[in-house]
Design a protein around this ligand. Structure first.
Ligand code: NAD
Ligand code: DAU
Length: 333
């Protein structure tokens, strides 16, 4: 049976990867709801079949547009968010509006219409781990967010859980680790370093560079979300990760190697306030109960393909680069 999906934030990095994935692997049709903030990109939705993919420019914090679109679909997959920790430290207010009020509006609309809802969230809601902690995050790890961004994502998750319990909303949640791949904004760690090197600038490591992130390709995140939408248990939270722990220093050294530069050709810059030390995901329930498997198991190969994408798609990232670097320069990063 084919479905009509509403994908919020579908012009962003992961939302657009999901839209491409759904159109390639199902017969479903998609309506994207995206307000095209600085992070939304028309070019990320180019060359998609118009008869199966419509784009509506609108704000998830606007209850009228949300009501109108939710009334017409079978399921909502909610990616739209302010997503960058550094921005949330500079100005938290859009994070509260989009991440909390936007999620609230969507929950009220799916509650009215009895629509299936999948909420996209982050492993950052669990806070951070010590470098030598043998435990990884699981769906029962207590919430302990550190930044305004992760606090608003934690709040949005709790709203979803409350709407499931109090109003019987048919929702699932997923909390994923750090994504990489094509079409990621140049403010984020990996694209920033790749495009810096393409511009002849040395990569910038916050603090010591020992912080660890658990990397997963955005295509694998997308296949996991589709699997949960198809077969996930209502009310459940699924953690999505692909056993990709690497320190930031290791990632920078790998990028330098792949781009033909010496491994120590980077600079240390000011650390991020409240910088989480380590994230690590235990995705066993997703693998064992839903049979999901990541395709991109070789991080270095995925990174090499990502570097090629940025080399070949300067037209996509160039317009954002100077303004992004100017913002970082203001805070010594
Ligand atoms: P992104 O910043 O690349 O994209 C966000 C998209 O949402 C953009 O297209 C933007 O225009 C849109 N948007 C923002 N505010 C909106 C509003 N008020 N109304 C409608 N659209 C709006 O973000 P991303 O990295 O693709 O993240 C997508 C989701 O995945 C977020 O919910 C994020 O918390 C979550 N997530 C991201 C990662 C990661 O590594 N990037 C990991 C786990 C979870
Ligand atoms: O864990 C999931 C989260 O991953 C998502 O919820 C967020 O939306 C997403 O942005 C990402 O958050 P991070 O803060 O981990 O990602 P970011 O790309 O900003 O930074 C990754 C790591 O690299 C982090 O430890 C900070 C560091 N860093 C970042 C930049 C931009 C640097 O060392 N240098 C940099 O220039």
């Amino acid at each position: 049976m084919t479905r009509r999906l509403l994908v919020t934030g579908g012009a962003g990095f992961i939302g657009s990867a999901f839209v491409h994935h759904v159109l390639a692997h199902t017969d479903d049709s998609v309506t994207v709801l995206d307000s095209f903030t600085y992070a939304g990109h028309r070019g990320s939705l180019e060359d998609l079949p118009a008869e199966r993919c419509a784009v509506v420019v609108g704000d998830v914090a606007d209850p009228e547009v949300v009501e109108r679109l939710v009334a017409d679909v079978d399921a909502v997959v909610h990616f739209a968010a302010e997503s960058h920790n550094d921005n949330s430290l500079a100005d938290p207010s859009p994070f509260l509006r989009t991440n909390l009020m936007g999620t609230f509006n969507l929950l009220e609309a799916v509650r009215r219409h009895g629509t299936r809802f999948h909420h996209i969230s982050t492993d950052e809601v669990y806070g951070d781990l010590a470098l030598d902690d043998p435990e990884r995050f699981t769906e029962t790890t207590p919430y302990n967010p550190s930044s305004p961004y992760s606090a608003t994502k934690a709040g949005s998750d709790l709203l979803v859980r409350a709407w499931v319990r109090s109003f019987g909303v048919q929702a699932t949640l997923s909390n994923c680790s750090n994504n990489y791949g094509p079409r990621q904004h140049v403010e984020k760690f990996i694209p920033r370093q790749i495009t810096n090197l393409l511009d002849g600038i040395r990569p910038r490591l916050y603090g010591t560079g020992e912080n660890v992130r658990d990397w997963i390709h955005a295509e694998d995140h997308s296949s996991a979300v589709l699997r949960i939408l198809d077969a996930g248990e209502i009310g459940r939270t699924y953690l999505i990760g692909a056993d990709g722990e690497k320190s930031n220093r290791e990632v920078v050294e790998m990028i330098l190697g792949l781009m033909g530069r010496p491994a120590d050709d980077y600079d240390h810059v000011n650390d991020r306030a409240g910088h989480d030390l380590r994230y690590a995901i235990d995705a066993a329930p997703l693998r064992e109960e839903l049979g999901w498997r990541p395709r991109y198991r070789d991080f270095e190969a995925g990174l090499a393909a990502t570097i090629d994408w940025y080399r070949e798609n300067e037209r996509w990232w160039r317009p954002q680069k100077a303004a992004t670097e100017a913002k970082y320069q203001l805070v010594g990063q």
